[in-house]
Design a protein around this ligand. Structure first.
Ligand code: TYC
Length: 136
């Protein structure tokens, strides 16, 4: 039994030696290094040439209407878009005069959530305020 283990161990060590004494063979005739030869195979970590794409951004838009109180819009902008009073007033007046205005620019899922929260909040408070989003 012990003899068998010793024999197996010997074979294993020999195999290991064989593997490491073999010089790295260039895989093409030009004699490029083995590193070049395996480039692009995914076998070694390489710097990617692909630029990571930035996620598309979406504008969250507020639409004017003739009914929603100005104070309600200001409070909503402060609460859900982290605006200060003056900033919220400026956006509200912009929407009131121009018909539409941007309350923020966000990645898709965050923009969707903002639209839903604003829409739900308006309807829970019996206001017709419309909020929507569009690709930036
Ligand atoms: N036009 C509304 C009013 O005169 C105010 C208002 C502003 C409503 C912005 C909606 O998105 C809005 N009370």
């Amino acid at each position: 039994m012990t003899a068998l283990i010793v024999e197996q161990l010997g074979k294993f060590l020999l195999m290991k030696q064989e593997r490491f004494k073999t010089p790295p063979t260039p895989l093409n005739s030009a004699g490029d290094s083995a590193q070049d030869a395996i480039a692009g195979t995914g076998l070694i970590a390489e710097k990617s040439k692909l630029k990571p794409k930035k996620p598309p951004l979406y504008k969250v838009l507020l639409l004017n209407d003739d009914y929603t109180p100005m104070e309600f819009v200001i409070m909503l902008l402060m609460r859900f878009f982290d605006m200060h009073q003056e900033q919220a007033e400026r956006i509200m007046i912009h929407v009131h005069t121009k018909g539409v205005g941007v309350c923020g620019v966000f990645p898709k899922e965050i923009a969707e959530t903002k639209v839903r929260i604003v829409t739900d909040f308006a309807s829970e408070n019996q206001q017709p305020l419309q909020c929507t989003m569009e690709k930036n």
